[in-house]
Design a binder for this molecule. Structure first.
Ligand SMILES: [Zn+2]
Length: 256
């Protein structure tokens, strides 16, 4: 089995939809299509026919293209079973412990609530990739619209158990802004300063900063590093538990 091929599709202002496809098998999924037109142009440009739509959560900038793409291609829409009422055109609702296969490429479903209560990730274990929507970003995490800090910490901890080599595909190009915040709480993390220099260079050339990897996120993402002594010192929370450190990091980012 060949690995899924991936193409980013820039949508709206800073969203990414992701094409994930296997030409030999004739399957092509789009993850979180914000809008139909850029996805249609990308499909035509790469001579692909859409077979599946995978949604991580219900926000309009992740499902806005669902119905137009479904009516044009007859694509099957797969999304969070616990939020199926909010996913336009959903055909298959999936839950924790379940899986869904695009051709022979099987994705395990991880429920990772807090940004929304139904948020899921699709983990293609054999392909070594995870689609994290708006829960885990490069050097950041999503806002807590429908969940509290303990819930988000538990969701992020679930992703941290994936292998370090797992490629991370998220829903937005927020990396540079996230990194500017990260440096304020952990200025002496050499992996972080190195990464920020790379990210700035990529953005200066207009290139996507994704995918990341779980290993890189664990070294540089402050929301995955509540046990970092430097972050704890920055926040004045040397003796707090990880959830409290995570919650304070999130609160500061909200006000950054
Ligand atoms: Zn969202």
């Amino acid at each position: 089995m060949a690995k899924l091929e991936i193409q980013p599709v820039s949508c709206l202002r800073d969203n990414y939809a992701w094409l994930a496809y296997d030409r030999k098998e004739g399957v092509c999924a789009v993850v979180d299509p914000s809008e139909a037109e850029p996805v249609k142009r990308a499909l035509a440009g790469h001579h692909l026919r859409l077979t599946h739509i995978l949604n991580t959560h219900h926000h309009p900038d992740h499902v806005g293209g669902n119905l137009a793409l479904k009516s044009e291609f007859g694509a099957i829409i797969v999304g969070p079973g616990k939020d199926s009422a909010r996913i336009p055109g959903i055909d298959v609702g999936v839950v924790e412990g379940g899986s869904y296969a695009v051709g022979s490429h099987s994705a395990q479903v991880l429920e990772i609530p807090a940004h929304t209560r139904g948020h899921i990730a699709f983990w293609f274990e054999k392909d070594g990739m995870v689609f994290t929507g708006d829960t885990l970003f490069a050097m950041g995490c999503g806002r807590l619209f429908e969940g509290d800090p303990p819930t988000m910490w538990s969701s992020l901890s679930k992703l941290m158990r994936l292998p370090d080599v797992t490629e991370v595909y998220c829903g937005h190009e927020y990396t540079e802004a996230n990194g500017r915040f990260a440096i304020t709480v952990e200025p002496n993390n050499p992996a972080l300063t190195t990464r920020m220099a790379e990210v700035r260079a990529m953005r200066a050339e207009g290139r996507p900063t994704l995918p990341s990897t779980m290993g890189l996120e664990k070294k540089t993402n402050p929301f995955l590093r509540p046990d970092s002594p430097e972050i704890r010192r920055s926040l004045g929370l040397e003796a707090a538990d990880n959830v409290a450190v995570f919650a304070e990091t999130r609160r500061r980012k909200d006000n950054f």
